[in-house]
Design a protein around this ligand. Structure first.
Ligand code: NAG
Ligand code: NAG
Ligand code: NAG
Ligand code: NAG
Ligand code: NAG
Length: 657
């Protein structure tokens, strides 16, 4: 079984890369390709079976993707030779005219050895980078790891992902024909705890990366306690490599001498994406995961359903998606979810699915009467919507129907089966509208509850009980809920056990919510709307009600948000933060630009939490330049992030700020 998973992971990694390269492939071709790949995977399985003891290098030889020449993306047809090159004057790279007899230095090569580390996120520990660099080609890289399974298998995938990342920098198919400074690059990966194959909040993600060189050889060492640390180390190594367009017709180049000690400031570094308001394909979600892994974000919070649509096909409750999805092809099958979970795992990310209740539940919840189970939701599509919900269409789970709690248990069981994530679970819980219940529920209920917050609280306790039953009677260690009236005093202590409920605090950072929760002993995840909501600032999508949440949160706003300092919050109770993208006004055509580079700015805040000038809040030039380099790496990887500033500012460091 374990072997099967590893094979699946391998094929998965390859398929993604191939699919990305062949975006315009027809459906038929894709099917055929899949078939061939399945065959390949079976053969691979057999080969691997006979080669159980082979080293990583030997296994790597079996990967066609490594040997495959990348598709040319950029035919460089220059109508004249470049006129400018860059010179490090000690502080900045200065743009100068190229003069005959003086070797031309490209901007990347200058930036990589002119004071800035160019790493993103900035490492937490000490970084020393030498200024000498060397050209090489990807075929000269040799990887070695003695780690036994499961870390061994995970490392093989991480190495493939790394190699593809390096290949994605390459802009000239024939560059391997040129002579290089280096003969061989030996990358040695050490893991102290090879049994760790699952990311948890207390997983050690630290690593130590060293690069040393001897005449024609470069030795890279990445040492970590777990696979997750090794993976982060490879990510950092990929940032010490760049495409130098001025060497020959372009060559890969890397720093020859380096040491980086690194570890995260927070264990929970999340990104939330809503796929209910607008659907996004599995490939798009993979692109999101690729961007996250490049920035060492580690939790993908998938707000998968809402009152608008319910795209998740639940094996035990298929009616949810049948009546709740926008269309049969706008769904996520259990296989899609499992596929994404593995895709994320080898990139150091885990997936937390949220099926929001009791509010934000309409589409998908309407099949109860057909099955003699009564109404599972009330106020569905009720008008005028302003009275019964935050945005159209309305819908809220019916707390009076005992069948609801059986449905919740089954639904939770399906989610747990698909994600295998049993340390963290998100139950939703935001924006409950008490008027909706007041207008829809029985007289008996009206009489029983003087304050409908208690009805909401009872619903939540029963939902938590369903979750426990779904998890085989075991309490999930960290159950996440959105902040709401119910997470305020006096309700919070009545309904939420601080030893296992974590509140995702999304109100304004000026509100007392977060501070109150911390004072009352709760752990929090910070998602303050005024700093970390990426959907804001795109105008209204309807005529009635408030416009969404103007203005746009700039990357600087995202980066500068540091409430544990600004508000004196006890950092120990902050598990981390999460940047949120609600999808009313975004779908897969524009999601990259919404998420990046702002998501990267957030990631550095979470990873090393660099100091800020608390008087001016001005961001240093180094941050601009490093973030720009990171953005360019995402572009090389096939993402489509927003531009940060005119290219001129990049070409003339120090002249724009
Ligand atoms: C790469 O090399 C091959 C064989 O030498 C040649 O046919 C091809 O035109 C070259 N491609 C480019 C983009 O230079
Ligand atoms: C790499 O790490 C191993 C184990 O920590 C150590 O024995 C070896 O000397 C290191 N090699 C280099 C070149 O730093
Ligand atoms: C660079 O290399 C020299 C000689 O091998 C070594 O003494 C030095 O520690 C290295 N620096 C870094 C940052 O690794
Ligand atoms: C939250 O509680 C306050 C006061 O208890 C009330 O005025 C407000 O309407 C409530 N908000 C919601 C969304 O129920
Ligand atoms: C809170 O949860 C902890 C751990 O699950 C448990 O030991 C404790 O009894 C719970 N407290 C209450 C009041 O339910």
């Amino acid at each position: 079984m374990k072997k099967n998973i590893s094979i699946w992971l391998l094929c998965e990694a390859i398929l993604y890369e191939d699919h990305k390269r062949g975006l315009r492939m027809k459906h038929y071709d894709l099917k055929r390709a899949l078939l061939i790949f399945s065959l390949f995977c079976i053969i691979f399985f057999v080969v691997l079976f006979w080669q159980q003891n082979s080293s990583v290098d030997e296994v790597a030889q079996l990967f066609p993707v490594y040997k495959k020449v990348p598709l040319i993306r950029k035919e460089r047809k220059l109508s004249y030779q470049p006129q400018w090159h860059w010179h490090c004057n000690g502080k900045h790279c200065e743009r100068q005219r190229i003069t005959a007899g003086v070797p031309a230095v490209s901007l990347w090569t200058c930036s990589m050895s002119c004071g800035s580390t160019q790493l993103w996120p900035q490492p937490s520990g000490p970084v020393t980078l030498g200024s000498r660099t060397a050209t090489f080609n990807h075929e000269q890289m040799v990887f070695k790891s003695e780690a036994r399974d499961p870390a061994g298998t995970l490392i093989r995938h991480a190495v493939e992902i790394f190699k593809n990342k390096v290949l994605d920098y390459v802009q000239d198919v024939n560059y391997t024909a040129h002579e290089t400074d280096v003969g061989k690059i030996l990358v040695h990966l050490h893991v102290r705890l090879p049994d760790v194959a699952k990311l948890r909040l207390d997983t050690d993600e630290s690593y130590h990366l060293t690069v040393k060189s001897k005449t024609k050889e470069i030795y890279v060492n990445i040492t970590a306690n777990t696979f997750f640390g090794v993976r982060h180390g490879l990510e950092t190594l990929s940032q010490l490599i760049w495409w130098d367009e001025y060497s020959k017709n372009g060559m890969l180049r890397m720093i020859k001498n380096a040491s980086v000690k690194d570890y995260p400031a927070f264990p929970y570094r999340g990104l939330m994406l809503d796929t209910a308001r607008n659907y996004m394909s599995v490939d798009t979600l993979k692109r999101v995961l690729v961007g996250m892994s490049a920035n060492k974000l580690n939790i993908f919070h998938w707000h998968i359903s809402d009152s608008q649509s319910f795209p998740l096909i639940l094996p035990r409750l298929p009616k949810f998606a049948k009546v709740g999805s926008y269309s049969p092809d706008m769904t996520y099958s259990p296989e899609d979810v499992k596929d994404l979970v593995l895709f994320a795992l080898v990139r150091g990310i885990r997936i937390v699915i949220e099926i929001d209740t009791p509010a934000h539940a309409g589409s998908g919840w309407t099949w109860g009467p057909d099955e003699n189970m009564g109404e599972l939701a009330v106020c569905v599509n009720k008008q005028p919507w302003m009275l019964y919900c935050g945005e159209p269409p309305c819908g809220q789970v019916n707390p009076d129907n005992p069948k609801v709690y059986e449905v919740l248990e089954t639904l939770y069981k399906d989610v747990l089966d698909m994600t295998k994530e049993d340390e963290l679970f998100h139950i939703g819980g935001d924006e409950v509208n008490l008027e909706c219940w007041q207008d829809s529920l029985s007289v008996a209920t009206q009489k029983k509850y003087g304050d409908f917050h208690d009805l909401w609280g009872d619903f939540t306790l029963k939902a938590l009980d369903s979750l426990k039953k779904a998890n085989g009677g075991k309490v999930i260690p960290y159950v996440l809920v959105w902040s709401s009236n119910l997470t305020k005093r006096p309700y919070v202590s009545k309904y939420f056990n601080k030893s296992n409920i974590v509140v995702q605090s999304w109100g304004s950072s000026q509100w007392p919510d977060t501070i109150d929760l911390i004072q009352d002993g709760y752990k929090v995840i910070i998602s303050h709307v005024d700093a970390w909501y990426l959907d804001c600032g795109f105008g209204r999508w309807r005529e009635t009600g408030d416009a969404a949440c103007d203005p746009y949160r700039t990357w600087q706003t995202v980066y500068n948000h540091r409430p544990w300092i600004q508000q004196g919050i006890n950092k120990k109770q902050v598990m981390g933060g999460e940047i949120c993208l609600w999808s009313e006004q975004v779908d897969e055509t524009s999601v990259d630009a919404r998420l990046w580079p702002r998501g990267a700015a957030f990631a550095e805040r979470m990873w090393s939490d660099p100091a800020l000038d608390m008087n001016t809040f001005s961001i240093t030039e180094d941050v601009y330049l490093r973030l720009n380099s990171q953005r360019d790496r995402l572009v090389a990887k096939g993402l489509r992030p927003e531009a940060m500033w005119p290219q001129w500012c990049l070409q003339n460091p120090g002249m724009c700020l």
